[in-house]
Design a protein around this ligand. Structure first.
Ligand code: ATP
Ligand code: MG
Length: 306
């Protein structure tokens, strides 16, 4: 259920987040057929407890997830030295413009003209990358050395962009050359450089907290006033990233033991074992919901502990 927020107009719901703009900035031109974010310079991004896997929203949600993801994103934005989309109002004090009903799981951000590229960086071989590697010794077309195992560290992080499909369609892996066609040579190069730099910086921070950042996805957009590229969306959360326990990785003798994850891999694994990806996905059992919530909480605790 999307909350009714006085003074704000709901304009869009993704799989996980609901977007609102100040009702006062809505004009007659903001019809539902146009870009709902066309005229508002700011947008309220409210994270729900919804969980998605294989591009399906599952039932039930993960209690507290929206708040955990928001706290994690805010923490990471603060750590990173790149321009981001936050407007300095996190809804955590009384003077905030963020409605109390969604405080803690909302970010007030500048509306960016989002680039239609999901900027994926992989430091380790797993998931769809591992599948492709077994078939062709490549990941998203990038050739890799022979003999790698599931969960192995790559010689260096690789940038494997995807095309951000419209709602309801699947994102599609694309070549770097295709990103040049989509956003131009300069922006494509900037997105790749920023993504690899943020991944390297974030990996070092994660490592200092006993965590491996295996892979992640960033979304960037252009500042509407200055054209500057800003980091948008959520960042380095357990929805957009794979995190593993560094200590378990060091001693694990099986892929499962090495990749003790702090992300929604629990949900993906359960779903893969209990659903043939036809029709409506089954309901998540209570213990999977609780295990996932516990892992998300532990990730936040580890990262933000002094
Ligand atoms: P989809 O957009 O396909 O629904 P999704 O399921 O990932 O993808 P959510 O993450 O739930 O969607 O919703 C967040 C939406 O807000 C995304 O479409 C994202 O690109 C967009 N977004 C994030 N930050 C900004 C911003 N600063 N300005 C404009 N749009 C933004
Ligand atoms: Mg998203």
């Amino acid at each position: 259920m999307t909350a009714e927020l006085s003074g704000w107009t709901h304009v869009y719901s993704g799989k996980v987040r609901d977007l609102y703009v100040p009702s006062a900035t809505m004009t007659d031109d903001d019809t539902w057929t146009g870009d709902p974010l066309a005229t508002s310079p700011e947008v309220l991004v409210v994270a729900s407890d919804r969980v998605s896997a294989f591009d399906h929203v599952l039932e039930p949600g993960i209690p507290g997830k929206g708040e955990l993801l928001t706290t994690l994103s805010l923490w990471w934005f603060d750590q990173l030295q790149v321009p981001n989309h936050l407007i300095a109002d996190h809804g955590l004090d009384g003077a905030s413009r963020i409605p109390a009903a969604v405080a803690g799981r909302s970010m007030l951000v500048r509306t960016l003209d989002m680039y239609p590229v999901e900027c994926v960086v992989r430091g380790y071989l797993t998931g769809s990358g591992w599948k492709e590697y077994q078939a062709s010794q490549t990941v998203c077309g990038i050739p890799l050395p022979a003999g790698l195992q599931n969960g192995d560290r790559l010689p260096e992080p690789i940038y494997t962009p995807a095309w951000k499909a419209p709602l309801g369609e699947h994102d599609e892996n694309i070549s770097y050359e295709r990103t040049v066609e989509l956003v131009g040579a300069d922006v494509a190069a900037e997105l790749r450089a920023l993504s690899l730099q943020i991944f390297t910086d974030a990996s070092a921070i994660a490592e200092a907290h006993g965590l491996i950042l295996a892979d992640t996805k960033f979304e960037f957009g252009a500042d509407r006033e200055t054209g500057v590229t800003r980091l948008g969306d959520e960042v380095l959360t357990s929805d957009s990233s794979r995190y593993w326990d560094a200590a378990a990785y060091a001693v694990g003798s099986t892929p499962e033991a090495r990749m003790a994850s702090f992300d929604k891999q629990i949900v993906r694994d359960w779903l893969a074992a209990n659903w043939d990806q036809q029709g409506t996905p089954p309901e998540l059992p209570a213990e999977i919901v609780e295990q996932t919530a516990a892992r998300y909480r532990e990730l936040l605790g580890r990262l933000t502990a002094l």
